[in-house]
Design a protein around this ligand. Structure first.
Ligand code: CTP
Ligand code: ZN
Length: 152
């Protein structure tokens, strides 16, 4: 069969394509970016074949261009995500996501006794290790690591 490139999810005219999302993180990314709350036309593909990840997911949001701070929030669940900015059907920019120094209100503190788990206080962490992911709670100072990561 001739080598051909076929899109598994239709191309978009303008907007953002978030590619190379680990398959298991798709719905976290949707929740973190609030894509279930916006009126933009959004398409996604789950469990697509990927050379890098085995299985990946992709999200395409029409007419949406994310701020860096906003998009970096997904780095916790999709550290290797690639952003493609599309204008007039062309990829005009590619961006990586970077893990921020501080994480507010996305993940739960691992410590069941933490004030954030008992009094409705928004979680806040310093990222102490970006490689292995170690989040130090601003309130109880306990470390939440990648294995313990739970979304709020
Ligand atoms: N894409 C899209 N609509 C367009 C142009 C591109 O949905 N009008 C999507 C492509 O399907 C692809 C991503 O944007 O998933 C990046 O496009 P491109 O850079 O052309 O693809 P690749 O070279 O495969 O990108 P990479 O290797 O960086 O993942
Ligand atoms: Zn805590």
């Amino acid at each position: 069969m001739p080598k051909q490139k076929q899109l598994q999810v239709s191309a978009i005219e303008n907007g953002t394509v978030i590619d190379h999302i680990p398959a298991a993180s798709l719905f976290y990314v949707i929740a973190i970016l609030g894509l279930d709350q916006i009126p933009n036309q959004t398409t996604f593909g789950a469990n697509l074949d990927s050379h890098k990840f085995g299985k990946k997911a992709i999200i395409k949001v029409a007419d949406k261009f994310f701020e860096r701070d906003e998009i970096n929030k997904i780095s916790l669940v999709a550290p290797h995500a690639k952003l493609n900015i599309i204008r007039g059907y062309e990829v005009v920019e590619k961006r990586d996501v970077t893990i921020p120094d501080e994480v507010v209100g996305i993940v739960k503190c691992f410590n069941p006794k933490c004030v954030t788990n008992n009094e409705g206080v928004l979680t806040r962490f310093r990222v102490e290790d970006k490689e292995d992911l170690a989040l130090k709670c601003h309130y109880c100072e306990k470390i939440t690591s990648r294995d313990e990561l739970q979304m709020v």
